[in-house]
Design a protein around this ligand. Sequence first.
Ligand SMILES: Nc1ncnc2c1ncn2[C@@H]1O[C@H](COP(=O)(O)OP(=O)(O)OP(=O)(O)O)[C@@H](O)[C@H]1O
Ligand SMILES: [Mg+2]
Length: 258
Amino acid sequence: MCGKRKGGCEVLEIENLTVSAEGEEILKDISLDIPGGQIHILLGPNGSGKTTLLRTIMGLGNLRVEKGRIIFKGQDITHMPVDQRARLGIGIAMQKAPVIPELTLGELTNMMGEKHGGTRNASQYSQQLNCDYLQNRPFNENFSGGEMKRGELLQLLIQDPSLILVDEPESGVDLDNISVVGEALRNLLKARREVEKERSGLVITHTGNIMDYLNADRGYVMLKGRILCSGNPRDLFEEVEKHGYEGCKECQKILQKQ
Ligand SMILES: Nc1ncnc2c1ncn2[C@@H]1O[C@H](COP(=O)(O)OP(=O)(O)OP(=O)(O)O)[C@@H](O)[C@H]1O
Ligand SMILES: [Mg+2]
């Protein structure tokens, strides 16, 4: 199922979204569409609003939508609680995940597996992501940066959402585990693409490494809460590497002609 209001098959449609926190505008007039089966990449300097955009789509935190709408598979979810969004099929791997001392990673992932009708094999995914040795540890308590990332991805694999929001999956992950994380993400996206051609993703990266594993369709550069450029994600990344984010004001003109 997908939204067909624009004649295509968009899984996610964001229309003129303006978001504030504690009285400050953080996102300004953001619009983007992600069709079914596509993976889009979000680039931008520290503090530009990338995480805020993902958190707003998921419905997390004390963020206030001042203007605009978020449509998921044709349904307006702008003001929907986070758990309903998750049930509809949106999942997030966060940049900074919360610590839950009362629950071990194993308890959390087994509960998630059961919720999904027992069809997800939590232990198989746990092995795949080198998370086995973390099973009996309180969730995220004293986890290293890379362990937290793998734990976040593990939850996504079990949840099996149709829209995945991934915030800097390679950040803090060592060279051996980058391929583990990259392959897991690739399989997660590919599996559904082949079956339903519907799973979509919005992935934030600073290093671009994750693009070696994902066949990304489109990229955006966010600067000071606005989307400045969009285009082929690899071209965008190369432009940013050459000219920096401020230079994006120029590359915007080039890329929009493509
Ligand atoms: N809940 C909040 N309350 C107040 N300010 C916030 C809140 N959330 C985010 N901000 C501010 O909004 C700006 C954008 O933050 P955000 O985390 O979205 O940046 P980012 O692009 O993800 O940066 P990074 O690359 O460092 O992760 C920052 O200045 C941040 O301090
Ligand atoms: Mg961030």
